[in-house]
Design a protein around this ligand. Sequence first.
Ligand SMILES: [Zn+2]
Length: 326
Amino acid sequence: MALKFDSSGWLIPGTHDGIQVNTDYRTEKGYKSGYSAIVGGKPVGMVWHWANAPKGDGRSENLRKYMLQEVVNPAREASWHFFIDRYGKLYQHAPLTLPTWHVGNYGEMFVPFKIGKYAAGTYVPVGDINKASIGVEMENAGIFVSRKVKNAKGELEDVFYGWPYAAHGNLCSNTAMCNEVDALNMVRAGTLTPAAPYAVVPSRVEFSSKGVPYDKYLPEQIKTARELARALKDHFGWTDPRQIHYSHEQYVPKQKLDPGPLWMEKILPEIEIDLFGRRADGKPFIRPLTVVLGLLGVAAVAGGVIWWRKGKPLPAFIRRRLPIKS
Ligand SMILES: [Zn+2]
C-alpha cells in the first residue's frame, strides 16, 4: 500500500510498500508565534535538505541520533516535517498543517514561481517560505573534501572527509552559527586541515558532474523520497514538477548548499518524470523504452520493405538516379 496521510496530516505508521514509517518523534507546536498554520492551508511545494547539523560530527550515523534527540520533546518547536534516514526509514515530526522552520532566517528568499501574493521571480521576506512549504531532511553528509594521505605502505592516496572536516572548536566561537560553507571555505583556503575522525569510507563518495565529491544517496533513501513526494503530490493535488523542486540552497545560496547537485540535477529529475511525466527544468526527456521501441519500429519497417521488394527490380524513380542502369 502506498504512503497515505490521515485527516490530521500524519502518515499512517507501519510498513507500506517496504517503507518503514515512524511518527513517534512528534511535535505539534509551531516554530514561534505566527507559525500556527500553513499559508492558505495548502503548501506550495516541498523543500529538500541534507541533514548535517552543527552538533553532529558530520557522519550521518551520529547525526541521525542527534536529529532524533532534538525532536523527541513534543513541546519543542518543529524545524522540519520529514526526515529520511540513509537506509530509507521515514520519520514524520510535524503534521502537514503546521509550518516548520526548515529554511531558516537567512534574509530574503527568491521565489521561482507564484506563492500566495508573491509573483514569480520576486523576493519575499524571511519566513514565508517556511510557512508555505513542507521541509524534508535527508540523512547525508554533504560535500566531502579530499586530501593525499600516506597509507600503511607509505603510498599517497586520496582520503575523503565529511563536514565539519575537523573539530568544531576550530571553526568559530559560537557553534550554533557554524555552517558547512564556513568550514568548506576554511578547508579550501588551507586554514583548516581535515582530521582522521572525519574520514569517510571511499564507497560513500560520488562525484558530481563538476568532479566534486559528495556523500552518495542510497537507492532505499531515494525510493522513500520518491514515495513521500508522490504521497504529498496526491494529498495536495500538486500538478507542476517545480512544486517538488525546491532546495535549501536556492533560498540561501551563499550559506547553504543542500541537498546538492547529486539530488537536484540527477536524482530529483528522475522522480519528477516518474510523478509528473516531465522535468521541473523543462529539459526534454526521452524514455529509454521509447528509444528501444522507436528503433524496433524502424527496423520492422525496413525489414518489411526489404521482404516486399525481394527479387523485384528497384522502382523506376530510384533507377533513374543510379549511375549504372539495373
Ligand atoms: Zn537545509
